[in-house]
Design a binder for this molecule. Structure first.
Ligand code: LLP
Length: 425
């Protein structure tokens, strides 16, 4: 994070807290979040798009403290399950600042959203229209958006590209399925259609695809006005804004994304004679990934078949991203300085798969040994939130640091926690 500083003795301090001390105090593996950096990143989005709704994508990482930080920084939340709604609902975040997504919302998801009064439900299929309308009570109406597929390929890996035709989300602009669903929504008096939604993909390293999405969506809005006489007042462009995992990775700022998006929106609306809709964006990774650090302890070091393996006490159960997307990371030793030269090593996890590799060919000191602490930066998004129970190692804790202090946000999953669900005897 921005506040990381190299301290004497090879240690790194974040928010004036030593990472080596955190590893000692909270055990490893552990995830550290720099609270001030999360807040600063949230504020950067607020400032970049002052007239827009900024909703943090909870799937990147959520706990109750995060809800508070987002609420205090003027953001809302993007959730995609009743489980993600629950922490939001218990923390006093105004429900109108919540957007509910999902290509397969469960009855519980919809019930919870309606009970809490979430601001927007994003409809992802025609069959959802009737189901949602039937649940809206009495004189109320529910504001909804329809998720469309603008037909744009963007995102760092095929598994996280969601804007092109042929994948499971949304409805195609090209084949009429979006328009068909919109017509159904317009025929439901309990549903108030306020806009279109799209989410192009994730880890999108340039603003260009967003501008293209804006042009296609605005042209479609103009078509809806002409054919149905409706002028939809909102446009939600989803998330997907990239962060740097390796030095030199492209990562435009919120201002850079925001400038092109708002500029394109204004000119496209002028071209079609439409009022400029209110914009929503849903950044997840770009708010939280750079503020997180994963800490591990080395359990084994060996040389085999010409390679040096450094095995740590976590792995694909706390960070499945390398195995799923070929994601790459840097790794640093913390807490022990030495003059040893650097050499290439492969940092692997403790799980029972050859694919359990956290970082291929990273430079680590030659005297690395069991007990050393390793830090992996840019670890705040889609790691703890995608952590699994594989090999029953227990999911890691999350610790917040700020102003020289640390506090536990999420405790480590204990053997008692695991045993508590095993009720079959
Ligand atoms: N809005 C919607 C509707 C989404 O589906 C997502 C992410 C976001 C916003 C936030 O996207 P972000 O700004 O964080 O890129 N597990 C993958 C990423 C999957 C993203 C899924 N949807 C990874 O670790 O790279």
């Amino acid at each position: 994070p921005a506040s990381a500083a190299l301290a004497p003795g090879g240690d790194i301090a974040v928010a004036r807290v030593s990472l080596a001390e955190l590893a000692e105090r909270y055990g490893t593996p552990a995830y550290v979040l720099d609270e001030d950096e999360v807040r600063a990143r949230a504020r950067a989005w607020r400032r970049a798009l002052p007239d827009a709704e900024i909703v943090y994508a909870a799937k990147a990482f959520l706990c109750r403290a995060i809800v508070d930080w987002m609420e205090q920084e003027g953001l809302g939340l993007d959730v995609c399950s009743a489980g993600e709604l629950e922490p939001a609902a218990t923390r006093g975040l105004p429900p109108e600042r919540i957007v509910l997504h999902g290509n397969a919302k469960s009855p519980q998801d919809l019930r919870t959203a309606l009970r809490l009064g979430v601001g927007r439900v994003v409809i992802d299929s025609a069959c959802e229209t009737a189901r949602l309308a039937a649940q809206v009570q009495g004189p109320d109406t529910q504001q909804v958006m329809v998720r469309v597929l603008p037909g744009i390929e963007a995102g760092a890996h095929p598994k996280i590209r969601t804007g092109a035709d042929g994948q499971k989300f949304g409805l195609s602009l090209a084949d009429g399925s979006a328009e068909d669903t919109i017509a159904r929504v317009l025929g439901r008096p309990r549903l108030e259609l306020v806009g279109l939604h799209c989410h192009l993909g994730s880890q999108i390293t340039e603003p260009g695809p967003y501008a293209e999405a804006v042009r296609r969506l605005v042209a479609f809005l103009a078509g809806l006005r002409d054919r149905y006489g409706v002028t939809l007042p909102e446009l939600d462009l989803g998330g997907g804004f990239a962060v740097a995992y390796l030095p030199g990775d492209p990562a435009p700022t919120p201002t850079e994304y925001g400038r092109l998006i708002t500029g394109t929106l204004a000119s496209a609306c002028a071209e079609h004679g439409l009022p400029v809709p209110r914009l929503t964006v849903e950044p997840g990774r770009s708010v939280i990934a750079p503020a997180g650090i994963a800490l591990y302890r080395v359990l084994a070091v060996k040389r085999s078949a010409g390679r040096v393996f450094v095995a740590v006490d976590g792995g694909m159960s706390d960070n499945p991203r390398p195995a799923l997307y070929g994601a790459r990371y840097t790794v640093r030793r913390v807490g022990r300085a030495s003059d040893a030269p650097m050499r290439a090593a492969t940092v692997v996890g403790r799980h029972c798969e050859a694919g359990d590799v956290l970082a291929e060919s990273v430079e680590l000191p030659e005297d690395i040994r069991p007990g050393d602490v390793l830090a992996v930066p840019a670890a705040g998004a889609y790691q703890v939130s995608m952590a699994s129970g594989y090999n029953m190692t227990g999911r890691p804790p999350v610790v917040a640091v700020s102003g020289g202090r640390s506090r536990l946000l999420v405790r480590r999953e204990s053997f008692e926690d695991l045993r508590a669900r095993d009720v079959g005897l």
